[in-house]
Ligand binder design. Sequence first.
Ligand code: KIV
Ligand code: NA
Length: 263
Amino acid sequence: RRRTRVHHFQQWKDAGEKWAMLTSYDAMTAAVFDEAGIPALLVGDSAANTVFGMPTTLPVTLDHLLPLVRAVVAGAPHAFVVADLPFGSYEVSDDLAVASAVRVMKEGGAHAVKFEGGARRAGRVRAVVEAGIPVMAHIGFTPQSEHALGGYRVQGRGEAGEQVLADARALAEAGAFAVLMEMVPADVAAQVTRTLAVPTVGIGAGSGTDGQVLVWQDFAGLSERTAKFVKRFADVRTALSDAARQYAEEVRGGSFPGPEHSF
Ligand code: KIV
Ligand code: NA
């Protein structure tokens, strides 16, 4: 198997093939997902929540994320690795956005960056793309703007659907290689997918997008609570919890370690 490259997503769209993406923040899960054939991994700023225990994605920095990007790239020999630009690393200017994206590629070894925002970020997407860095745009619900958006809410209902389409068009026009839509009505996401030449990725955006993405702790059932759009494909939380209880019990009871675990 060869590494997934940026043009493969376009080939899959043109062939009508759907694909799955997962987040990853460490070498071992990256290796497992890569081996399972997941063609794209996202080192999301959701690491703020899943790795660092922060209440929102706002506090996480490039210095937090870069070691995680390196770990995922090291663990995944085939997947296309996209890394988020964290809040504060790209809003101020095109220059800052390019500098941040360069760090993610140069120090992190990622294959593309993703950042949030609609048509108002088109110029920024263009600046990063002109630096030779593939950009995945992220529209709809954008967690870094949760205070401006008034919390976790579906974006693009009713009339606002036109804005989602306009955002997607502007970002694709600016050179984004893909457009991710989060918490957008399924019919809107499907229409965007039909309209754009470039691939779309959805999370909470229905089945009409070209790709799907989930946070791995959500899809694996490690997260305590998950949103309506998540399907828990495993119950890792119960498996780990049961294992921890059993381990503690065996240590207390003296049955672990046994002779077979001893030198
Ligand atoms: O940070 C993240 O995990 C994301 C996905 C939820 C799209 O941006
Ligand atoms: Na993110």
